[in-house]
Each structure stands twice: as structure tokens, then as C-alpha cells.
Design a protein around this ligand. Sequence first.
Ligand SMILES: [Zn+2]
Length: 135
Amino acid sequence: MDSSHVARNEEEIFDALYDSALAVLDSTPQLDTEQKTRALYFSHNLCTCEECQKECGAHINKKGQIRISKKFFHSTLNQKTPSPIGLLELMYTIFYQVLHGIFPELNEETIIEKTEQAWKSGMTELAKEKLNRNS
Ligand SMILES: [Zn+2]
């Protein structure tokens, strides 16, 4: 049993993942400063609304609050596959919703595309920073 999971509750894990998703977002060269700044002002919660109970996903409401299904979060954290993959999946889900908040005018397909690009480039930049710091 991985004790680090036991020591932290789901809200804390969620906050940590949210911060990590923002760090990736902050590193991507695909977004400008204004867009990155906007991302800092979204509130975020684990959600138990009907939709989140049923469809097990995430959404962003009209107030720009990012809602990640508590059920989805819980089941992803507790799935049998090694947890780092589950954590990344959750981070990506958060990241995707944040992009939704930054670009409310864009359609789903464009957001998916933007999310993939921003995620990849953000991760690459973060890895580079880390390597530089260590060398
Ligand atoms: Zn919900």
C-alpha cells in the first residue's frame, strides 16, 4: 500500500494536481500571458452534480468554475493500473477544462487540438527547465 496516498485526502490531491496542470500551462509557448493569467482565476472543485455522477467526467460552468467529477476522480485514483498514469489522466482532464475556460468561444474539436499541443509543449518545456536546473 502506498502510504503517501493514505496521508493525503482527495481534496489535497486534487489541489496538487490542479497546480501541476497550471504549471504545465504556464510553461507552454502556445499561449500568451493574458491567456495564462486568465487560467489563474478559475475556481475549481470536485463536483457531485447529476451529470458528474452519471457520466463520470468534468465540466466548466457558466461562471467559469472548473468541476471535476468526484466519482471520476475517485475511481481514477483507485484504479488497478499504476497510479502515475491515473494521476496524469486527471491532470490532463483538468488541463483540458482550463483550456475550455480560456477559450469559451472555440468548438470542442479545436479545444482538443489546442489541449494536445499545449500539453505536449508545456511538458517538454518543464522537462527542459528541470534538466537545466539539475545540470
Ligand atoms: Zn458536475
